[in-house]
Design a protein around this ligand. Sequence first.
Ligand code: PMV
Length: 321
Amino acid sequence: MTPIRAVAHTNIALIKYWGKNKGDGNLPAVGSLSLTLDQFYTTTLVEPNEQDVFELDGKKATQEAVRVFAHVDWFRKLTGNAQKFKICSFNEVPTASGLASSASAFAALTMGLAQAFGLDFSRQELSRIARRGSGSAARSLFSGFALMHGGPHISDEGAFAEPIQTPLSESLAMIVLECAIKPKDIGSRDAMKRVTETSIFYEAFRAQHPRLLESAVSALRSGDLEQLGRLMENSTLQMHATMLGCSEPFWYFNAATMAALSEVTSLRRSGHLCYFTMDAGPHVKVLCHLHAAESLRERLARVEGVARATICRAGPGAYLS
Ligand code: PMV
């Protein structure tokens, strides 16, 4: 039997998901807005096996297997089918370094397992299931821009992503600046836990978030890059500020990150429309018009410490291949 093969692309949040509600189900404490990228993705092969086995990029991956097998267990419980699987994932994205590898990983895994268990689910349902593995994965089910629902009172049924239509979907680019090549020290799960439990800034972040998200969605719908870009920068800086307010503070910025952020702001001062965002890692992603992307990429690739600068466009939602 040939394995089931599922592919999912990473997505980057313009307005960040940051913090979970207490209890089960991995429910996001705030909503989010993202762009799925064409360049970075995960391919996952799923086949029935005598034992559960997980391999990442050709090697047995014990640490990552814990969350992968928990996701398989959830499907087993749902269907009452105890089948075990060999699961092999290949990342075309730097793993665990803040380039959203868990988003593409859990979206691909969800697609593959749903097929393996013979479940004919809608994308919205798949999005809800992917969320259990990784909050950001719920958004990778969709191409282009996606809105993920969240909030302090969100239910399991309500916590899914949906696509957002915009006149900008064909004309925007995101330049990914890789500012480190090693895995990050603290993953987003632990980071969120520390922030929600100890940051003096988290309540302020959460309280103003719905307004920020709503304004960003309307800027996106009306095709206003300038407004969208400014709100995107606010969201990322507010998220990173929560980390500095923890009882044990931490940060993801390194020297290359800071240099890249300065270059983006100075390019903007000289009239270029470009805006930065960062996730739980040192990399910087720059939103701009597609027609300006190559000249901006050349400038940004010269920033000291930037290892690679890749232009991405809107990418596809997760699919079986
Ligand atoms: O999906 P997770 O649990 O890896 O969390 C993602 C968190 C951020 O990337 C920082 C923000 C986001 O919305 O993607």
